[in-house]
Design a protein around this ligand. Structure first.
Ligand code: NAD
Ligand code: ZN
Length: 351
C-alpha cells in the first residue's frame, strides 16, 4: 500500500509499505476523509520529537472498516467510523490511573504518526478497535468527523486543563483551529470575557462566532501588558495556550491572577526551557497552576464530543476553509498547513 511518510527531519515523500496486520482486538480501516495537522508540521519540519524514518504521517480522519480482529465486538467490515488522534492502550496501568494518553510511556497513547504509522495511508491499523473507534453518525459529515479527531478533543482539553469556571475571564493564546475550539469550550463552560491573542481575520471572525469578546495582537507589544491594560490591572482567571512558543508561558504567568490556572495544549516545537518569572509566580507561592497535556483520546470522548455536533451545540464547519479531493492531494494539504496562508484555518481531503 501507499502512504505519505516522514522520510527524515525536513523530508516527506510517498512510500510503499505492507498493509498493516490486524491483531485480535484491532481494526484495519481505509480513509474516506483526512486532515493534516500543525503537529505533523512540528514533527517533520522542526524535528520536534526527533528523527523518524519512513513513518507514515497523519492522525486525523475518518474511514470505512476493512477488517476486524476476532475479538472485536462492536465493529464489522463496511462500518463508517471516526476516531481520535490519540488511540491509547486501555489495558495499561496509566489508563487505569486516568492518563490514557500516556499509556505505555509519556505521550505513547499518541501512536499514529508518532510511534506507529499514521493515517495518510491506503490502510491503517486502529489498536483496540472497540475502545478507539466510534460509529460515524449519518448526521456528521466526513469533513466534520476529521475535526472531531483532534481539533475538538484537543481544544476542549485546553479548557479542561485550565479548569474554566462560570464567569471567568479567560485568555486564549493562539486562535488556529485548536485555539478556536478552546474558545468554544471556554464559552460552553461559562467564561464571561474571552480575550484572544490572534491577528488573522479569518480566525478572528470564527472566534467571534465561538464566543470571543476581545482581541489583542502579539505583534503590537507584549501580550501580558495588553491584557493587564484591558482588564484594568486585574489580569485573567484562566489562560489557555494553543499557539506561540515557549515565551508564551512567561506572558501567561505575568497576567494571571493568584489562584489562576494555565492549560497548555500547544506542542512546543523548539526551545530547551520554559522560563517561569520568579516574582510574578509569587516567589513560588502564588498559586498559579500550569497544566500541560496531550488530549486523552478514545471512543467515549469522541462519541461525547460528536454528540455536541449532532445536537447543534457545536458547529465545526467554520474551521474548514480548504477542501481537497483525491487521496494524493493530502501532500498538497500538508504543505498548505506548513505554509499557513492568511485565509487558512484547516484543510480537509476527501479521499
Ligand atoms: P496553528 O498553527 O494553526 O495555530 C496556532 C496559532 O498561533 C497561529 O494562528 C499562529 O499565528 C498563532 N501564534 C503564533 N505565535 C503566537 C504568539 N506568540 N502568540 C499568540 N499566537 C501565536 O495550530 P493549531 O492546529 O491550532 O494547533 C495549535 C497547537 O496545538 C500546535 O502546536 C499543535 O501542534 C498542538 N496540538 C496539540 C495537541 C495535544 O493533544 N495537546 C493536539 C493537536 C495539536
Ligand atoms: Zn493533530
Amino acid at each position: 500500500m501507499k502512504g505519505l511518510a516522514m522520510l527524515g527531519i525536513g523530508k516527506i515523500g510517498w512510500i510503499e509499505k505492507e498493509r498493516p496486520v490486524c491483531g485480535p482486538l484491532d481494526a484495519v480501516v481505509r480513509p474516506i476523509a483526512l486532515a493534516p495537522c500543525t503537529s505533523d508540521v512540528h514533527t517533520v519540519w522542526e524535528g520536534a520529537i526527533g528523527e523518524r524514518n519512513n513513518l507514515i504521517l497523519g492522525h486525523e480522519g475518518c474511514g470505512i472498516v476493512e477488517e476486524v480482529g476476532e475479538l472485536v465486538k462492536d465493529f464489522k467490515p463496511g462500518d463508517k467510523v471516526m476516531f481520535a488522534a490519540i488511540t491509547p492502550d486501555w489495558l495499561s496501568l496509566e489508563a487505569q490511573g486516568g492518563y490514557s494518553m500516556h499509556s505505555g510511556g509519556m505521550l505513547a497513547g499518541w501512536k499514529f504518526s508518532n510511534i506507529e504509522d499514521g493515517v495518510f495511508s491506503e490502510f491503517f491499523r486502529v489498536n483496540q478497535a472497540d475502545a478507539n473507534l466510534a460509529h460515524l453518525p449519518d448526521s456528521i459529515s466526513p469533513a466534520e468527523a476529521c475535526m472531531l479527531s483532534d481539533m475538538v478533543p484537543t481544544g476542549f482539553h485546553g479548557a479542561e486543563l485550565a479548569d474554566i469556571q462560570f464567569g471567568d475571564t479567560v485568555l486564549v493564546i493562539g486562535i488556529g483551529p485548536v485555539g478556536l475550539m478552546s474558545v468554544a469550550a471556554a464559552n460552553m463552560r461559562g467564561a464571561s470575557r474571552i480575550i484572544c491573542v490572534g491577528t488573522r481575520q479569518v480566525c478572528i471572525d470564527a472566534a467571534k462566532g465561538y464566543g470571543a469578546t476581545d482581541f489583542i495582537s502579539y505583534r503590537q507589544g507584549p501580550i501580558d501588558e495588553q491584557v493587564i491594560k484591558i482588564t484594568g490591572g486585574k489580569g485573567v482567571d484562566r489562560v489557555i495556550i494553543a499557539g506561540g512558543g515557549v515565551e508564551t508561558f512567561e506572558a501567561a504567568i505575568n497576567c494571571l491572577k493568584p489562584g489562576g490556572k494555565i492549560g497548555n495544549v500547544n506542542y512546543l516545537g523548539s526551545g530547551d526551557y520554559i522560563n517561569i518569572p520568579r516574582l510574578e509566580w509569587g516567589v513560588g507561592m502564588g498559586h498559579k497552576q500550569i497544566n500541560g497535556g496531550l488530549m486523552p483520546g478514545g471512543r467515549l470522548r469522541v462519541e461525547k464530543l460528536a454528540s455536541l455536533v449532532e445536537y447543534g451545540k457545536l458547529d465545526v464547519k467554520p474551521l474548514i476553509t480548504h477542501e481537497f479531493h483525491g487521496f494524493e492531494s493530502v501532500e498538497e494539504a500538508l504543505l498548505l498547513m506548513k505554509d499557513k496562508p492568511a485565509d487558512l484555518i484547516k484543510p480537509v481531503v476527501m479521499v
